[in-house]
Design a protein around this ligand. Sequence first.
Ligand code: SF4
Ligand code: SF4
Length: 436
Amino acid sequence: MIQTDYNTPNGQNPGAAVDYELFLQCIHCGLCTSTCPTFTELGDENDGPRGRIQLMRLVADGRCGLTDRMRRHLELCLDCRACETACPSGVQYGRLIEPFRLAMQEADKRTEKRFDWFRELILFQLFPYADRMRRLLAPVRFSQRLGLYDAAERLGLLDLVPSRLGRMIGLLPPPVKSGPKLPRFLPAVGRKRARVAFFVGCVADAMFRHTHWATARVLQQNGCDIFIPEEQGCCGAIHFHAGDSRGARKMADANLVAFELDRYDAIVVNHAGCAAMMKEYGLHWKDGLQPHREKFAAKVKDVHELLDTLGLVPPSGRIDQIATYHDACHLGHAQSITEAPRRLLAKIPGLKLVDLPETEICCGSAGTYNLNEAEMSDRLARRKLENILSTGARIVLAANAGCLLQIQREVRRGGHPLLVMHPMDLLDLSYRGEQP
Ligand code: SF4
Ligand code: SF4
């Protein structure tokens, strides 16, 4: 392989970060292109998976330098991995784009003169810490309760805030009763069937603690003893997807210490982005801890996956509603889990689950993509909402914090009377005989 003309800011070839053999799995058939959200929106081959693989390979081969236009095509990728699901040749697209972009971003960091306050302070110092987030959100929550927030949104005042911060505030859902911090242990109800550790994460714990409680109650109803280690922290996905591999590794390794693997049958995760990251701990870093990370990753289970394997204890409360289910990319594509959530939801008496057109197409959230790539993110959010409205459903279900925030915001903007929930929220209501 010849490597000649590189033009990342420090002259390094980001293609060198990719395992070259993985490029060779692509046979250029193009079967992935129609499933790619950015190709579907823009119709440009370079904004589809086949084109992006070709661009990365050109750079890796040294046949071409990395131009600004090429960078844009690569940056616009959501890393949703719909192309992996569609690919008949088993291309692991995430293992191409992720190290390539990390290398691009690492190079930027070394040469960038400007301090990116949003990345360094908000993404890295706020998002990964649930307690800090909760404290900082308190005044926003207060203004939401007073109705000031809605007024600011209606008057367009959020547009005056620096764009990424304004978009972040705009994503905040109305406050709900979230309950106290989960305790260190919750016992199974009835016959014991599994001992599990529960991963609560960061953004998920700050914004969806009510869903954590719902998930814990569903697990208890299904015979799980639940351990919730206090020392656990963010899964590392925020750092990883924002180009800080070292920061992500530190987060991952702190979790290796926090969870005593041999005590549990599984580490259960209820938000797809975190589970996808944790299932790949063994892939990202090649050092002495890799075997431990692989062992950890093998224990990680998405909550639907676990309950489906255990065999769900059927809930008995009727919920006579029409609902539709959106496949979160990091559940459907990154973890290949599509049927388990549907099988669980089908056990709710009275619930009519209708298919969502283009369910496999990303809603535009994609980690922090919705903060950084406003235009494409909004296009995809509108597309998702149109598809949801076409189903006639009153409840939209999604198993990922980012998707829930993104879809909720779009529903709010349009003033639609739709409930946006996690499948565990709905199952919990059915177990408790309550209505959404
Ligand atoms: S990861 Fe998603 S956005 Fe990126 S190329 Fe694949 S399908 Fe397209
Ligand atoms: S990634 Fe897979 S589906 Fe897409 S062009 Fe390559 S081989 Fe075909």
